[in-house]
Design a protein around this ligand. Structure first.
Ligand code: PGA
Length: 252
């Protein structure tokens, strides 16, 4: 049984006061769950404040990116050691905004994934196709390339700390969610690919999250799909009521 993971990506939102308030409100929606985990990814400047706010709870705190080196001349980067020092234990890597707006390549993303894993962080690798790629029949190729390259050199025993987030670019922040069938198709493909690249049991244990306009109104049907193990939520994670409802999805 895979524990589901409900992740909130706050992107470039919240100052310290907003962040602490939001984290406190989210905590009210998190009883101790046996079957699911909750993760918050605030901006770097408030990782420590959020980690302190949620300390004593089971909430996982994550950064929104991470460098592969412990320290050094990498202006503008954050090291895995710094993430841990601030109270984080996970990193989102390869988000489509990083790929598209900041030109992060599969090679760079792969270095980040390996760096995160080498320093014992959970690595949430984001993959997803654009609308043009989907409409031209390239979706599966794009996913396969991003995953093969993103996970190159990762060892099977490290895969327990890898989570893949399937986020179709056309669904992020647009209000257009992939249908449950479209999401399930991509997730099943990803699981099959992981089983080819590693082993069947690695694929069966790995969590695959869906991201892209997840809302209280669509989370239940998405989470009812056999290969959807959680959600990576942007906009709706900035509102504690909405994210609370998402965390408390009902699988029926
Ligand atoms: P969204 O963002 O929920 O606002 O579509 C998801 C994401 O970018 O992770």
């Amino acid at each position: 049984m895979r524990k589901s993971l409900m992740a909130g990506n706050w992107k470039m939102h919240t100052t310290r006061e907003d962040a602490c308030r939001l984290a406190e409100e989210v905590m009210k929606h998190c009883p101790t769950f046996a079957d699911r985990e909750v993760l918050l990814a605030p901006p770097y400047t408030v990782i420590a404040a959020v980690a302190e706010t949620v300390s004593g709870s089971d909430i996982i705190v994550s950064s929104q990116n991470v460098c592969w080196e412990e320290q050094g001349a990498f202006t503008g980067e954050i090291s895995p050691v710094m993430v841990k020092d601030a109270g984080g234990s996970a990193a989102i890597i390869g988000h489509s905004e990083r790929r598209q707006l900041f030109f992060e390549t599969d090679t760079l993303i792969n270095q980040r994934v390996k760096g995160a894993l080498d320093f014992d962080l959970m690595a949430l690798l984001c993959v997803g196709e654009t609308l043009t790629e989907r409409e031209s029949g390239q979706m599966l190729n794009v996913l396969e390339t991003q995953i093969r390259n993103g996970l190159a050199g990762v060892r099977a025993e490290q895969m327990a700390r890898v989570v893949i987030a399937y986020e179709p670019v056309w669904a992020i922040g647009t209000g257009k969610t992939a249908s449950k069938e479209q999401a399930q198709e991509a997730h099943a493909f990803i699981r099959e690919l992981i089983s080819k690249l590693f082993e069947k049991n690695v694929a069966e244990q790995m969590r695959i999250l869906y991201g892209g306009s997840v809302k209280p109104t669509n989370v239940d049907e998405l989470m009812a799909q056999p290969d959807i193990d959680g959600a990576l939520v942007g906009g709706a994670a900035l509102d504690a009521e909405s994210f609370g409802r998402i965390i408390n999805y009902q699988k029926n």
